[in-house]
Design a binder for this molecule. Structure first.
Ligand code: FMN
Length: 124
């Protein structure tokens, strides 16, 4: 799984005890019809996994930085099943375990937008 991540994600992800691939199934199993919400479903599932893991003291780092074609080859995926994301799960570790630039990224103060900036009340 580590080799399926883009190079930039590997230096820190290699320390995670669990690496998972997020898959999108574009067609319903029962009738073969297109599931228009397929990508949304993976996002919702990943969010739920993240909340539950966080509640248990774990940390989840979601990644869009994967190589989908390589993932298809490595895991023998075909058809309407699309490799979409990577998810690294584990306990937050010592910053000395990763190269400096990743350590800085992890320890800097988080800035969140004010609700007013992301909630639209009337028109765009
Ligand atoms: C769908 C998605 C894809 C992401 N892809 C990457 C990625 O490929 N590499 C990465 O380092 N962070 C990626 N991130 C960002 C991290 O998962 C995380 O959200 C970010 O580091 C902010 O962390 P914080 O919530 O602790 O501030 C992605 C986030 C999301 C939601």
């Amino acid at each position: 799984m580590l080799g399926v991540l883009v190079e930039g994600n590997q230096p820190w992800a290699k320390n995670a005890p669990v690496l998972a691939l997020g898959l999108v199934e574009h067609k319903f199993e029962h009738n073969g019809e297109q599931n228009k919400a397929a990508v949304h479903d993976l996002g919702a599932a990943s969010a739920c996994l993240t909340f539950e893991a966080t509640a248990r003291g774990l940390s989840v780092h979601q990644m869009i930085g994967i190589e989908p074609d390589k993932a298809r080859r490595v895991f023998g995926l075909f058809g309407s099943l699309e490799p979409f994301t990577g998810l690294a799960t584990g306990y937050v570790g010592e910053s000395s375990l990763v190269p400096e630039k990743y350590a800085q990224r992890g320890s800097r103060e988080r800035q969140r937008k004010a609700l007013d900036e992301i909630i639209i009340h009337s028109g765009f």
